[in-house]
Design a protein. Structure first.
Length: 93
């Protein structure tokens, strides 16, 4: 899979929830939950979707109720359609 071109990345990013941002060759979104149990529940729901897509984000739980989600297609060396597809799926959770 080839990385997306700059114009494709910008167009795809515009279609996502505004909490998603680009940091270099990664898509990043921060989420805040009600408490630690809620953030872990969200992580588990993300894990189900990531397994289904066979595309796995980096997940960082911090400050007990915050979650940072990072997507990138390492094998392609950048952002691909797979990253944006999973981001759109995660936006529904």
């Amino acid at each position: 899979m080839e990385p997306l071109q700059e114009a494709e990345i910008e167009a795809s990013l515009a279609e996502l929830d505004p909490r998603w941002r680009r940091e270099g060759e990664q898509l990043v979104a921060d989420r805040q939950c009600e408490n630690f149990a809620a953030v872990i529940e969200l992580v588990n729901r993300i894990a189900v979707e990531a397994e289904r897509a066979d595309h796995h984000p980096d997940l960082l739980v911090h400050d007990y109720k915050h979650l940072r989600i990072t997507l990138s297609t390492h094998a392609a060396g950048g952002l691909t359609d797979r990253d944006f597809a999973l981001a759109r799926t995660l936006d529904t959770l």
